[in-house]
Design a binder for this molecule. Structure first.
Ligand code: BGC
Length: 829
């Protein structure tokens, strides 16, 4: 038996983490049962540990810059030791005193109303001899791109990522050993506004986190003679703002004069920032898939590029030109009825500002121009170009840019539209994973907590979402107020004051408890509960204060169900300023119950009893107050209490019957919005599996399969596409893809059920002839497939080494299976 997929705290060979007790994690390959492991590092030998667990805490004290090479071997059920596997991790800078560098900024006094060209900094330095070890520690309030001897350092796009920079600034650590040479070296850094000072949110609010962009960096290297040197940012650095990027904004794009070169005639100014940089302990944001366009001429005479896939990223092009020839690129998700590009579905048009512009104005240099955006990412499938220059498809690429979340889920079935829907959901996840989970990569680009809350289960089947969502959880709790309140958006920002009252919205802010809860179940991670327990309790107290004496939650504004089909509930802003007692009472009951479960897990029985009792009070109030309102065609109002188990027996029976009627009245189309879409199939599969499949297979609007049917390559914000919300509706919002969770956990029936254990309970149905899901879980790769033939259904399962599963077949057979591949047949007549 061999250890594979070695990770340190969910990351593959991380460099520059700052966790003092990181967990070493692995999966098993070969053999059936891991009976023991041994881990050896330079200064620690675990010896043989009799244990089936696939992780352990690194027990030694760690110091700044320490690199730990670890190797591991496993013993299987026959007590045979396997071969060694190796991995490493490296610590970053742990102490404030490790930072010798000084924050630096451009030599000008920023005016809030102005925008500025990208700052260019340079340091030339001499290296005495060949270098054997070098690290660059760097971050910025703004966005940075560093180059050593004209080569980009690392592959992080939009570094240092997105946090509330007033509280947390994350630095990156790059291994630059091979980028330095004996003699003269040049370190340059460009600094742009990014989220820090550039436009954020629907209305493009600027100067959110500060007005003065700045950076700090420390290059440490050692030559072969053992001499250690340090090149740190300080007032001796050269500065210029006459470089090629004249304007850069996350949402609006770039203005580039390619013929320019910074002259570095000025000096950097030393500055301060009262936050000590910390590591992100997260995956990096990098370039991924590339697509060449089909190029045509649009009716408006401009060049129209169709990349065939809606995505978040930027474009790379090569073009031969004379100096000062101009190109204007615009990027968007849709064409208008004439066939021209339009941004109208993603832009907010105000008196002072229309945003996002998603455009690049590019003035060429003489000869070959090669360009890709440095400081902006756009959401687009199409680009429109105004230019006289010839553009060849082979010289243009759309480059998808997103956090390096590895794909862990694969699904396919006999329904091609459903397969495409799953692919579209993957693309919307990719497009909305830019250091934080966002709503859309165009209009708002916010870390909306509600969207992330409802989508976590799906995201964590499809992608390795652990490090990424842990980082986001930090952002959420960085925001938390003294009274326990949690936000609608994290990191802080970008919304006008009239939206502030929406913080605390149920379904959104509840992520503070629901994310750790689900994370614990999916990744078997108790530590996340321990780390956030006090803060979750604070949020619970905030929730509890909103409960009226009769147990109903009337206080607090909330978004309610949000984004139901227009004919079910017209989208009205007034809806958001009103309290939603039904939704609020339901969520309060449900969330407090999850917290009670957490309390029990952490051995706090008094807390558990308290939260259970309050939850029960809300449940009783729900039955009393809203039990009368179940005679409705509004699907969400039936799904929610059924999903959260809030009703009396009698009410439940009524609601179940009524939900099926409601679906019948609506032609078996979906009438749910944000909150209940991920729940409806769970509820229906409890009532009648045929009903669940009937709804899943519906191809009419509103319906999941309607989107791929009309050619969507990502998931839409509104069921009606761009027909809803006054036409301002993104085509790349993942929330309605949250049904994918059901395909994995019910249709194919793969559930993580505690450490090294799964439940495999597939449910064939509808007109499907086959389905297959494969999930690379935290404990290894598990799969479940079924195929219906005329007189039988064949089931195939694989359980990873070191694990076991409880198999529940539709005919009632229950078995415990160990690691291996299994085939079962069920006779059907
Ligand atoms: C966003 C959503 C978000 C919602 C709040 C929208 O404008 O795009 O995804 O959750 O507002 O209701």
């Amino acid at each position: 038996m061999k250890a594979i997929r070695l990770k340190t705290e969910y990351l593959v060979n991380p460099v520059g983490i700052d966790l003092l007790n990181p967990r070493l994690m692995w999966n098993c390959e070969g053999g059936i049962r891991q009976t023991a492991y041994q881990i050896v590092t330079d200064n620690w030998d675990s010896g043989r540990v009799e244990c089936g667990s696939m992780q352990t805490v690194y027990p030694q004290p760690l110091h700044s810059r320490e690199r730990v090479n670890w190797k591991i071997r496993l013993w299987d059920e026959n007590d045979e030791p396997g071969e060694w596997s190796e991995a490493f991790f490296e610590m970053g800078l742990l102490e404030e005193s490790d930072w010798q560098a000084t924050w630096i900024t451009g030599d000008y006094t920023p005016n809030k109303k102005e925008r500025y060209p990208v700052d260019c900094f340079r340091k030339v330095f001499r290296v005495k001899g060949p270098v054997c070890h070098a690290r660059l520690y760097i971050t910025a309030c703004g966005l940075y791109e560093a180059k050593l001897n004209d080569e980009k350092v690392g592959n992080f796009c939009l570094a240092p990522g997105h946090t509330d920079y007033r509280k947390r600034v994350q630095y990156q650590t790059y291994d630059v050993t091979n980028m330095l040479h004996a003699g003269e070296n040049e370190l340059t850094v460009q600094l742009a506004d990014g989220w820090y000072r550039g436009s954020c949110g629907a209305w493009g609010i600027t100067n959110q986190y500060g007005t003065e962009t700045k950076l700090i960096c420390q290059l440490e290297y050692e030559d072969e003679s053992g001499l250690r040197e340090n090149v740190s940012s300080d007032g001796s650095w050269q500065w210029a703002n006459d470089g090629p990027i004249r304007f850069a904004d996350n949402k609006d794009g770039e203005v580039v004069e390619a013929f320019r070169k910074p002259l570095y005639q000025g000096k950097a100014r030393e500055s301060k920032h009262n936050v000590v940089p910390s590591a992100s302990n997260n995956v990096v944001v990098t370039e991924h898939e590339r697509f060449h366009p089909v190029i045509s001429t649009a009716p408006n005479g401009r060049k129209l590029l169709d990349f065939g896939q809606n995505l978040a990223g930027y474009v790379f092009f090569q073009v031969n030109a004379h100096a000062a020839q101009r190109m204007l690129w615009r990027f968007g998700e849709m064409l208008d009825t004439d066939g021209n590009l339009t941004l109208k579905n993603i832009q907010c048009v105000g008196k002072k500002k229309t945003t996002p512009l998603q455009q690049i104005e590019y003035i060429c240099g003489e000869g070959l121009n090669e360009y890709k955006t440095t400081f902006a990412v756009f959401g687009f499938r199409y680009a429109e170009v105004e230019t006289d220059l010839e553009l060849l498809p082979e010289n243009v690429e759309a480059v998808a840019v997103y956090s390096d979340i590895a794909e862990t889920g694969h699904f396919e079935s006999s329904n091609e539209l459903l397969n495409r829907f799953v692919e579209a959901t993957k693309w919307s996840t990719k497009s909305n994973s830019l250091d934080i989970p966002t709503d859309c990569p165009t209009r708002e680009r916010h870390g909306w907590t509600g969207d992330a809350q409802i989508f976590f289960e799906t995201a964590s089947y499809l992608f390795d979402y652990a490090a990424f969502s842990q980082k986001y959880l930090r952002d959420i709790f960085d925001w938390q107020k003294r009274n326990g309140l949690l936000p609608q958006i994290a990191p802080y920002g970008g919304v006008d004051f009239y939206m502030w009252t929406m913080n605390g919205s149920v379904g959104w802010s509840d992520i503070g408890i629901l994310l750790p809860y689900r994370f614990w179940k999916k990744y078997g991670d108790r530590r996340i509960l321990e780390s956030y327990y006090d803060r979750m309790k604070k949020y619970a107290e905030f929730m509890i204060r909103r409960i009226s004496r009769d147990g109903v939650v009337r206080k607090g504004q909330s978004f309610g169900e949000w984004a139901e089909p227009t004919d079910v509930m017209p989208n009205d802003w007034k809806d958001a300023v009103l309290p939603h007692p039904e939704v609020s009472t339901a969520y309060t009951a449900y969330v407090l119950q999850c917290l009670a479960e957490i309390s029990e897990e952490l051995h706090h029985p008094e807390d558990a009893a308290k939260y259970n009792a309050i939850s029960a009070g809300c449940k009783a109030a729900y039955q009393k107050k809203f039990g009368k309102e179940l005679d409705t065609d509004r699907q969400s109002q039936l799904v929610r209490p059924l999903a959260f188990n809030l009703l009396t027996k009698k009410q439940k029976a009524f609601a179940e019957k009524r939900l099926v009627e409601a679906l019948d009245h609506y032609g078996w189309r979906l009438g749910t919005g944000f909150l209940s879409t991920p729940l409806i199939l769970d509820v229906l599969s409890q009532i009648d599996m045929d009903a669940a499949y009937r709804l899943l297979e519906n191809e009419e609007m509103p319906g999941w399969l309607y989107m791929p049917k009309v050619g969507a390559t990502t998931i839409w914000e509104s069921w009606e596409g761009t027909e809803a919300q006054g036409g301002i509706a993104s085509l790349n919002h993942y929330s309605k893809g949250a049904v994918v969770e059901w395909l994995f956990k019910t249709m194919c029936g793969i559930r993580v059920d505690g450490e090294n254990h799964f439940i495999l309970a597939p449910h064939p149905g509808g007109t499907f002839t086959c389905a297959r899901a494969l999930y690379q879980s935290i404990y290894g790769e598990v799969s479940s497939a079924w195929e219906r033939q005329e007189d039988r259904t064949i089931y195939r399962f694989t359980v990873p080494a070191g694990c076991a599963a409880k198999l529940i077949l539709p005919d009632g057979r229950i078995e415990t299976i160990r690691a291996g591949a299994y085939v079962y047949t069920e006779e059907t007549r």
